[in-house]
Design a protein around this ligand. Sequence first.
Ligand code: ZN
Length: 263
Amino acid sequence: MSDPSISPGNECIIDPPQFAARLEAAARVQGFRVEHYGRIEKTPLLALTKRTSGPRPRIYISAGIHGDEPAPPLALAELLESGLFDARAVWFLCPLLNPAGFTCHTRENADRLDLNRDYKALRSVEIQAHARWLQRQPNFDVTLGLHEDYDARGFYVYELNPGGRRSHARAMIDSVADICPIETAMVIDGHSVAEPGIIRPIADPLLRDPWPESIYLRAHHTQLAYTIETPSSLPLRQRINALSRAIQVAVKRTCDAHQRGHV
Ligand SMILES: [Zn+2]
């Protein structure tokens, strides 16, 4: 069945209040706890969590920090509805970090702040509220931040892995290679690539300013942070599918490694 929010012309309209209602409904069906950690106009800032007792890896996934990147929240909504987020892990989902950006169809929020540069200064109400929510959460085994890139011609990932943990970057790249081109540029967004499609930027929060979400997570919550980028020039369905594949691979590898006892 075709998704009414995805028209053939690659136009996508995420209406934030409606989309939040869709997410909440799916979350409740899937046994998630729904928290409103803030509100931007008519849209709650949503955090969806699900805990299963016993030792489980803790997986955090966020989307929708840039309002002109619809594939990430749509991919996360579809995976939530599909039941991917099951009893294998403890889940922390923030599926629409910047509702006002989607209302205005802008990368930034209504005050023209790029929220993914605001995790050190904490100027925006959105990121102040998100940071307050994060402060109440435990550490995560892995974090996945979902994005699109208007300049890229292929899929790529940033990896922050200061402790040299088992990497999922190559597996994510390999998993999408048959459905989406992989970025071939040697320099992406000012960073030299470590290997095709993989950037390992400076991970030390003290050496970075401003802070994107991943650096904040690295500073306070995780030793393994991924930012996953899909090229905006591709059809929306292809972008959603590529993000979805990468998430599934990272989730599976995280859960498998945890079961085997090495994180
Ligand atoms: Zn982005």
